[in-house]
Ligand binder design. Structure first.
Ligand SMILES: NC(=O)N[C@@H](CC(=O)O)C(=O)O
Ligand SMILES: [Zn+2]
Ligand SMILES: [Zn+2]
Length: 456
């Protein structure tokens, strides 16, 4: 018997927004159609004329567990995801311990399996552990990285020799390298020059546009040498993006390389203008950028140069952030507001709904191989990972309504459209409150997974 029939809804199907109905059975989309008559179904959801679209896949979160659970843990992080319409996350390795070998990977996996309410992948860390990368790959990491070219939370940054060596190994494994591109020596120089500048804006100056662009260029040179594919995390500048655009154009012609990139919502919806309002709460890496980069990021999301949006959900507590700009940790929470901000952007005609679905679901699934787990496609036979947006009205973001342990948001008061219902593999996990069970989230192993290697 089918589990759910969603009726009286609009779907984005075959490139059109059209009235439709969806039947869900055994966690999968069984049928998409119109006027579907079912004699027997467990539950009928009346979407009241609202939208039903794919839920989000957030390929860049820091859920902080193990080690930093006072900031976030797999349960609170995943509740935050569910309430914001995200049903798959990929966790990044700068936890304590960092996810850099069998032991740390297995312990993170055990915790996530016990606590996570959405489906998840785990990325492998890259530091001096180059001899451990193949074992991490076989354990089922989704991808490698973020690989830190400059200092950020967790001190996992590596020099160019190690990076080059690691890229070679990752290429041989057939895995994807995710790169945090900022140039460390330029940052260090600026840090010295700016040591007495206590303005919040000094963080943007310490890591200027060129700091990203130079690192992107360095990384691209290495990738060219290995003829390998890679993914750039949170690209934030017109200069960095310009280099990626050029590379994409050339490699598309030759078919030799395949570069993808993401932008973070804080680089799309905030800018250096927000330093005044946010102070040290606006500190993240790469930093807030001026309006000219912000505009280009949005255009590039529309024209296809930017492949996806990922939150870089990096929670720190209020009291940790509420200190001077130099002492504050970098990072802002964002997994719960990613889809709501994007839906509001669609409503404001900043991008079409179809493109939003591509950059929040289709593309992250294909880039990180989650399509083999039936993710990222609104089609019969694929996982029923959906959000229902009944009302679709714009509401101001309020930290009081969010589920992260961070307890604050850089988007306070900004327009957003939150999902009324989030469905993960056919189960309602959010309907105004969290109803998904702790530990229901499924581990989605990467392509290198050799099942027998994992310890019990
Ligand atoms: N973005 C940040 O400023 N911080 C991230 C790490 C990172 O993505 O660089 C964190 O984990 O806190
Ligand atoms: Zn980063
Ligand atoms: Zn990050």
């Amino acid at each position: 018997m089918p589990d759910i029939l969603i009726k009286n809804t609009k779907v984005f199907y075959k490139n059109y927004l059209q009235p439709g109905e969806i039947v869900i059975e055994d966690g999968k989309i069984k049928k998409i159609g119109k006027d579907i008559r079912l004699s027997n179904v467990d539950r009928v959801i009346d979407a009241k004329g609202g939208l039903t679209i794919p839920s989000g896949i957030d390929a860049h979160v820091h859920f902080r567990e193990p080690g930093l659970t006072y900031k976030e843990d797999w349960f609170t992080g995943s509740c935050s995801a569910a309430a914001g319409g995200i049903t798959t996350v990929i966790d990044h390795p700068n936890t304590v311990p960092a996810t850099i070998d069998r032991k740390s990977f297995n312990s993170k996996l055990r915790i996530a399996r016990r606590k996570c309410i959405v489906d998840f992948g785990i990325n492998g860390g890259v530091c001096k552990n180059t001899e451990k990368l193949s074992e991490l790959w076989e354990l089922g990491v989704t991808a490698f990285g973020e690989i830190f070219m400059a200092e950020s939370t967790g001190e996992l940054n590596i020099g160019s020799d190690t990076l080059n060596h690691a890229l070679e190994i990752i290429h041989d494994l057939g895995a994807v390298a995710c790169i945090h591109a900022e140039n460390e020596s330029m940052r260090l120089k600026n840090q010295k020059l700016l040591k007495d500048d206590m303005s919040a804006m000094s963080h943007s100056r310490e890591r200027p546009n060129m700091c990203e662009a130079v690192a992107v260029e360095q990384a691209l040179k290495m990738l060219q040498a290995h003829l390998m594919r890679a993914h750039f995390c949170h690209i934030s500048t017109r200069e960095g993006l310009g280099l990626i655009r050029r590379e994409k154009y050339i490699s598309q012609k030759s078919g030799e390389m395949n570069i993808t990139c993401e932008v973070a919502p804080h680089h799309l919806f905030l800018s250096t203008k927000d330093w005044d309002r946010l102070g040290s709460f606006g500190k993240m890496n790469p930093p807030l950028r001026d309006r000219s980069s912000v505009k280009i990021l949005l255009n590039s999301l529309n024209d296809g140069t930017v492949d996806m949006v990922a939150s870089d959900h990096a929670p720190h507590l209020e009291h940790e952030k509420d200190v001077d700009i130099k002492s504050a940790p970098s990072g802002v929470p964002g997994v719960e507001t990613l889809m709501p901000l994007m839906l509001a952007a669609v409503k404001k005609n900043l991008l079409p709904l179809g493109r939003m679905i591509e950059v929040t679901s289709t593309n992250p699934a294909s880039i990180f191989g989650l399509d083999r787990h039936c993710k990222g496609k609104f089609a019969e036979g694929f996982d029923a990972d959906l959000i229902i947006v009944n009302h679709g009205e714009m509401v101001p973001v309020s930290a009081d309504n969010l589920h992260s342990k961070a307890g604050w948001t850089p988007y306070e008061g900004m327009d957003a459209i939150f999902p009324d219902i989030t469905i993960s593999r056919g189960e309602i996990i959010w309907d105004g409150e969290i109803v998904g069970k702790r530990g229901r989230g499924k581990f989605l192993p990467g392509k290198g997974y050799a099942m027998d290697i994992e310890s019990p």
